[in-house]
Design a protein around this ligand. Structure first.
Ligand SMILES: [Zn+2]
Length: 113
């Protein structure tokens, strides 16, 4: 035997089956947060910890609160929008392309000097 079979009879590759681990996670509780866009999510926090009053929505980044009926930010007259959202709202794609081209041209001019 020159093929490196170390010990005859030892089953190569027979990884021990993973024992059903009984790890005990720290006690946690689920807290549900709602954002004003209708998203909700469940956050697991340590059972003994106080749930933060707000959490950033995972889907839209808005602050989410624990009251589904009254998520944070809804009472604002002007809904918060990202800069990009404003840009998209105000400008057509064509205008956006023109602006981009202009910006690139300006960049090139600056580099040229
Ligand atoms: Zn959201």
């Amino acid at each position: 035997m020159h093929h490196g079979n170390v010990i005859r009879g030892a089953r190569v590759g027979s990884a021990p089956e993973r024992p059903p681990e009984r790890y005990a996670p720290a006690p946690r509780r689920a807290v549900v947060y709602w954002c004003r866009n209708g998203h909700w999510m469940e956050i697991l926090i340590a059972a003994e910890a106080d749930a933060p009053p707000q959490w950033d929505c995972r889907r839209c980044g808005q602050p989410a609160g624990r009251d589904a009926e009254n998520p944070p930010g809804r009472q604002r007259a002007e809904p918060y929008k990202t800069h990009l959202a404003y840009v998209k709202e105000r400008r057509t794609d064509e205008e956006g392309a023109a602006i981009l081209a202009e910006a690139l041209a300006a960049l090139h001019r600056r580099r040229g000097r």
